[in-house]
Design a protein. Structure first.
Length: 360
């Protein structure tokens, strides 16, 4: 019988210099957002700045889940409204030909329960997901060192140089994969392009899952993958991801299986090392809900303007789904700071949607 690690606050182990590390990362991210504003004349989301699509749909929690999966938001069968944001990973709106990390953020609306303190939203559960099952850095300190010499330099470079670097990183990563090796940072900055609705997305770092600890994922359903594979090319050009997403979802529903990987061994599946892939042989991903995005218009200038007022943050969460580990603690703090800069710079007030009808 499989035993799942029960959540205990003592399992989190802050870095010795964590306050200084998180403070420096926050400052660096706000400075980066300011540089992008100065370069482009508009303040964008601090990461994943260029909107591919903003979509509405529903999250249906499956019935009769086993007790270890029926936790927090997923404790009871229920259908929630959601808004989903798709975006490349760059901190500025680059050509989609500079293919790197991509993200999918889910805001579940109308959520009831005790919430994390220090965050403004009152009834949302956010999941901020990336393409890999683990993060590129183990800790916030490691990420700070990497980010200082990579992502923070982006606004200083002309777009053709960024595109050339992305293509070079993509080529080196392909060679490494051919010999059975990987370089997470190269994959982050030079990932081969693919259709936006054929990719799986992960929390990458751990979260509390009620009484337990888990990573979450959104994986396209078999039906969605079949529809994408049936003549839905990515195309090319500056807005290739946006064009492909808009074209597909105009005529097809998009369905994701929301899956949970429960921690079974805190040493093999650590909280404070976000770079560690949790072995699915120990604990496979199990489906707990279905996310359905019906056919719709994915991008308009009005949706882009509404997106300017939205905030996706792992800290918009129930206590039952508290983000865990220094990478998550850094994300929560930096996202909140860059959001406030973005709103102030653009003269906007944040909005928290409460149903799909609020999205315009």
């Amino acid at each position: 019988m499989t035993t799942f690690v029960r959540f205990d606050p003592s399992l989190e182990r802050p870095l010795d210099d964590e306050e200084a590390v998180l403070g420096e990362l926050e400052t660096m991210m706000v400075d980066l957002t300011r540089l992008v504003r100065d370069k482009h004349g508009h303040a964008f989301h601090g990461t994943h700045s260029k909107l591919t699509g903003l979509l509405v749909g529903s999250l249906e929690v499956l019935p009769e889940l086993p007790s270890e999966l029926a936790q927090g938001l997923f404790a009871q069968p229920r259908c929630y409204d959601v808004v989903v944001r798709l975006a490349p990973g760059a901190p500025e709106p680059l050509t989609d030909e500079a293919s790197g990390q991509r993200g999918l953020s889910i805001k579940v609306m109308g959520v009831e329960g005790d919430r994390l303190s220090g965050f403004d939203e009152a009834a949302s559960q956010d999941w901020v997901l990336g393409l890999d099952p683990a993060f590129t850095a183990a800790t916030a300190r490691d990420f700070l060192e990497t980010f200082r010499y990579t992502g923070a330099k982006s606004p200083h470079l002309p777009e053709p140089a960024i595109l050339a670097l992305s293509r070079a990183a993509r080529g080196v990563e392909a060679v490494l994969e051919a010999v059975g090796a990987q370089a997470p940072n190269l994959k982050f900055f030079g990932r081969p392009p693919s259709h936006p609705f054929e990719e799986s997305f992960y929390t990458q770092a751990a979260v509390r899952y009620g009484n337990y600890i888990a990573k979450l994922a959104a994986m396209p359903s078999a039906e969605t993958l079949a529809a994408v594979g049936d003549g839905s090319p990515l195309g090319s050009g500056r807005d290739a991801f946006r064009d492909a997403a808009c074209s597909f979802v105009a005529d097809h529903p998009v369905v994701y299986d929301i899956k949970v990987q429960l921690c079974t061994d805190i040493r093999a599946m650590p909280i404070e090392d976000a770079s560690k892939v949790w072995n699915e042989a120990y604990s496979p991903y199990q489906t707990v809900a279905r996310l359905t995005l019906p056919p719709q218009v994915a991008w308009t200038p009005e949706l882009a303007a509404y997106d300017d007022r939205l905030a996706f943050n792992p800290g918009h969460a129930l206590i039952a789904h508290q983000p865990l580990g220094s990478i998550m603690r850094a994300r929560m703090r930096a996202y909140r700071a860059t959001q406030q800069f973005r709103l102030n710079a653009n003269g906007l007030v944040a909005t928290e949607p409460h149903s799909a009808t609020d999205i315009c």
